[in-house]
Design a protein around this ligand. Structure first.
Ligand SMILES: Nc1ncnc2c1ncn2[C@@H]1O[C@H](COP(=O)(O)OP(=O)(O)O)[C@@H](O)[C@H]1O
Ligand code: SF4
Ligand SMILES: [Mg+2]
Length: 357
């Protein structure tokens, strides 16, 4: 890595669709102590930078509680940031609290698919009407017949049969419900689709079908995607670029083929090593312990209490996220010049936490 001022993503060329700088979301909380507890600050997202190009899929991975869903809500403008800036198509995000015309116009261009399709759907409305609903809300001038025709075409595009049109969500399988949610999210041809654990609640046998559908729709319609999952295999399949989060921060970023083959950060190495691979013995070094409480993040490198290769400096000095050659890593022991973004043979720098052969 060359110098600390390379911590922000490179911004040459076309304006990114989504650009995030120093983004943070802190929640005031009460900690045990005193009569009413003492005040604390839960740092759900703690200063992250990333760009998302048009048509690109950025995968966000990390253990539960590391701030992935909070990042999604911030990006969608559903909650306001405590600090930092979000630009969508070059313009600063309007305040979520106002939910005025500017906010709604932007919201229309970004849609969301999340884990629980039943929770996202109206139980009392047939699925064709649900898929047609965005036209009534965001494009009320669309004639009702046309909206229903387009909804029928969307049903076809996501693999739902026409005879299902009048069914209610509870009359469908989990996979079919997620197809309804995807069809509705794509009704207004959004530029950005935020997918937060979109297949985590589905049977493994159905997961691949829904992932293939999303991939196919992305190829056909060209939406960009912020794709969140705790499952590295899923992110590897879907993402053009991957960011690994730990305790509200990005600790490593890079193209999936390089990051998953030769991760640089010891946390990313442990995550990758824990992925079961057919025919390979399980990882020699599993991730030790639970993630620390985000209210009381350790000083220095927040990963140091769990890091098998930590040095004295790690307990006091936080490593900055440094970028070079399409990769980024926040670790004092990261190589001065990491492997380039193109997939070339390389071995992880910290053999102690790499997967057993
Ligand atoms: N509304 C909230 N109030 C207080 N804490 C929250 C709130 N939303 C999320 N958190 C906390 O922020 C941290 C990150 O949460 P989240 O973004 O949901 O993580 P992930 O999606 O990676 O599992 C967690 O510790 C969670 O408990
Ligand atoms: S900075 Fe230190 S504690 Fe943090 S990941 Fe690197 S070696 Fe481990
Ligand atoms: Mg989540």
């Amino acid at each position: 890595m060359t110098s600390p001022d390379l911590s922000a993503p490179a911004t040459e060329g076309e304006t990114p669709l989504l650009s995030v700088r120093g983004l943070a979301r802190h929640y005031p909380v009460r900690l045990p102590g005193g009569l009413f507890g003492r005040p604390g600050l839960l740092k759900a997202v703690d200063g992250i930078d990333f760009d998302l190009a048009r048509g690109e899929t950025l995968g966000l991975v990390g253990e539960s509680g590391c701030g992935k869903s909070t990042t999604a809500k911030l990006a969608l403008g559903l909650i306001p940031p405590s600090a930092g800036e979000i630009r969508f198509d070059g313009a600063p995000a309007p305040a979520p609290a106002r939910q005025d015309a500017a906010w709604r116009a932007r919201r229309r261009r970004m849609q969301m698919v999340y884990q629980d399709p039943l929770g996202a759907l109206d139980r009392r409305l047939g699925i064709l009407d649900q898929i047609a609903e965005p036209f009534a809300i965001h494009a009320p001038a669309t004639p009702r017949g046309e909206a229903r025709e387009r909804a029928a075409a969307l049903m076809d595009a996501v693999g739902l049969r026409p005879d299902m049109a009048a069914r209610f969500p509870h009359e469908l399988s989990g996979g079919q419900r997620q197809r309804v949610v995807i069809a509705r999210a794509l009704a207004l041809e959004p530029d950005l689709l935020v997918c937060d654990e979109p297949v985590s609640a589905l049977d493994v046998s159905i997961q691949a079908q829904v992932l293939n559908l999303l991939d196919d729709l992305r190829a056909r319609t060209g939406f960009a995607s912020l794709f969140i999952s705790h499952d590295l295999k899923v992110v590897r399949q879907m993402a053009d670029r991957v960011a690994v989060m730990y305790l509200g921060r990005i600790v490593e970023e890079g193209p999936p083929e390089t990051l998953f083959r030769a991760p640089l950060h010891p946390y990313a190495q442990a995550l990758v090593a824990a992925v079961p691979v057919p025919g390979r013995r399980r990882a020699r070094t599993a991730l030790r312990g639970d993630p620390p409480n985000p209210v009381d993040a350790p000083p220095g490198c927040p990963f140091h209490p769990r890091c098998p290769v930590a040095i004295a400096r790690c307990a006091t000095e936080r490593p900055p996220l440094l970028r070079d050659a399409g990769r980024a890593v926040a670790c004092h022991l990261a190589p001065a010049s990491p492997a380039p973004a193109s997939p070339t043979p390389a071995s992880p720098p910290h053999a102690a936490v790499s997967a057993a052969a």
